[in-house]
Design a protein around this ligand. Sequence first.
Ligand code: GLU
Length: 375
Amino acid sequence: MNQHTKLPARQFTLVIKIGTSVLTTGTQALNRAHMVELSRQCAQLKSSGHRVVLVSSGAIAAGREHLKFPHLNNSMANKQLLAAVGQSQLIHTWETLFGLYDIKIGQMLLTRADLKDRERFLNARDTVHALLAHNIIPIINENDAVATSEIKVGDNDNLSALAAILCGADKLLMLTDQQGLYSCDPNTNPDAQLIKRVNDIDDDLMKIATGSNSTLGTGGMTTKLQAANIATRAGIEVFITSGLSSNAILDSLNSDANCTTISASDNALENRKKWILAGPTASGELTIDDGALTAITQNGSSLLAKGITRVSGTFNRGEVVRIKSLQGTLIARGLISYSSDDLTKIIGHHSNEIHDILGYDYGSEALHRDDLVIF
Ligand code: GLU
């Protein structure tokens, strides 16, 4: 896939965790040229309507670089000193690079304590959502300068999983210095195979991951799998891939990408569907024709604008609507992708006409099948 390849039409929220080994490309200093390449891909995702959140490591490495590699012992206070100096360098670098694409960023420094306490969690969540709503890229790191070990998450792999839950992300991409998870250590065994798809993180897989490690940064494959376990249980799809190659971010979203993809848990989807069923009162109602009725009830398809014959009620994108047949029978409930105003203009039309009619689109489905509960 190159930078002109069309991205999936359905908009998503993507958290990208960038490890120190990727930011420095294995050297002792931030590799700004490589960071431009990463920023460029984030800008491209944003211009396609996707929401992007970064979890960026590299504060300690940037601190060392800025202070010209001082000889400091490994005490906690010295690490905090390096993080305090380096975090401002790191964020300034991101600000400059995203500025090339006219994108603003917002810094969020978190600790486990911020994510454990319900009220602090909700406050942090409101901040992330407000940043995203204003088209700003949140850049998250652990608050290393003040966090003591008791309140730290400790590694940015686990932090990225918690951040993905905080953001309500659809996908979490962990960029590291390896192509993904291998069947055995590729450095010592030439027969090592890249594991491209993981459906279940079990003990055997954890055993495979043990031992693989990168020298820079905190997390190895074990912490990546721990983090993936948290994220996938929450319904978030996880990708682990090398962030060293050009176009790595965009390539990883390709269906036959050369990376490890870990499926989101089915039960999470069930919970989401339970919530759609039991959750908020429906704000509107759609009537659908017989073709759409067969498509959604028998073929497991999404609902397209073409099959909707009537829209009643006033609702925004993301709200719950009821779906009825032409005979008035209640068929399903779901989270609608278009507002009632938009739908009124596009019903009866082909999905490929949506963009011309509205001047924008939120994907080809009026209601995606993952957001649909059939009675
Ligand atoms: N928060 C650390 C830093 O910015 C990195 C921790 C990690 O890479 O897991 O330097």
